[in-house]
Design a protein around this ligand. Structure first.
Ligand SMILES: *[C@@H]1O[C@H](CO)[C@@H](O)[C@H](O)[C@H]1NC(C)=O
Ligand SMILES: [Cu+2]
Length: 230
């Protein structure tokens, strides 16, 4: 039996990380790496740890290579990602979007420049032995698309920050994927507070360089811009 322990240990390490491989439309998966651009961690599930690297945008395996599909989604409906195997670490979930400019589609847009707005950020439960997040263990993280979002093509970015070893610089683990979506049924309110990736975060942001266990924080400041609301 002893013989098998190293294998089990190796498997446990891999399971401690995760990917977001499929866009969920109203809870239904659209297929692994079909409407999601394949990420560098698609095999090892590992995180991005350098917030100044280009990987912090979409973690693309081969930037410039589009996903084969663009998912059709409706403003005001639920859109998300399938997590593999699940959101294993404690930390905040966030969703961002970036609208493809004139002449580009979700498939051809690289998401560069100050184009990203945040549509969701998760706050922890404060007051226990550690900060705790309800995304912990989640397999189908999802968000309701703002009803007022202008129609068109967007990149749809999920970000989960594992904060379990974030007490030292570069310790926070960013799990990221970008999907390609076409929004219909939307409105006419243009998002503000646009940021660039890289650029939006600093390694020393209080929501990134943080010890969530000791002393237990009494509040949590999400990194990045304010959430866009209708
Ligand atoms: C999205 O809708 C368009 C227009 O109806 C359709 O041509 C396309 O195949 C749809 N895309 C997917 C991935 O279902
Ligand atoms: Cu991990």
């Amino acid at each position: 039996m002893r013989f098998f322990y190293p294998l089990l240990a190796a498997a446990a390490v891999v399971e401690a990380h995760y990917t977001f491989s499929s866009v969920l439309v109203d809870g239904k998966a659209t297929g692994d790496w079909t409407a999601v651009r394949k990420t560098k961690n698609w095999q090892n599930n590992g995180p991005v740890t350098d917030v100044t690297s280009d990987d912090i945008r979409c973690f693309e395996l081969s930037p410039g290579t589009a996903a084969s599909l663009t998912a059709n989604v409706t403003a005001g409906s639920s859109v998300g990602f399938q997590a593999n195997p699940d959101i294993y670490h404690p930390g905040p979930l966030a969703f961002y979007m970036a609208k493809a400019p004139a002449g580009k589609t979700a498939a051809t847009f690289d998401g560069s420049g100050p184009v990203w707005f945040k549509i969701y950020e998760e706050q922890p439960t404060v007051g226990g032995q550690s900060l705790t997040w309800s995304s912990n263990g989640l397999k189908t993280p999802s968000v309701t698309l703002p009803k007022c979002l202008p129609n068109g093509d967007y990149l749809f970015r999920i970000e989960h920050i594992g904060l379990h070893v974030a007490q030292s610089t570069g310790g926070a683990q960013f799990y990221i994927s970008c999907g390609q979506v076409t929004v219909t049924g939307g409105g006419s309110k243009s998002p503000t507070d646009l940021v660039a990736f890289p650029g939006a975060y600093k390694a020393t942001d209080p929501g990134i360089l943080i010890n969530i266990n000791y002393p237990v924080p009494t509040s949590y400041t999400n990194p990045g811009p304010k959430v866009f609301t209708c």
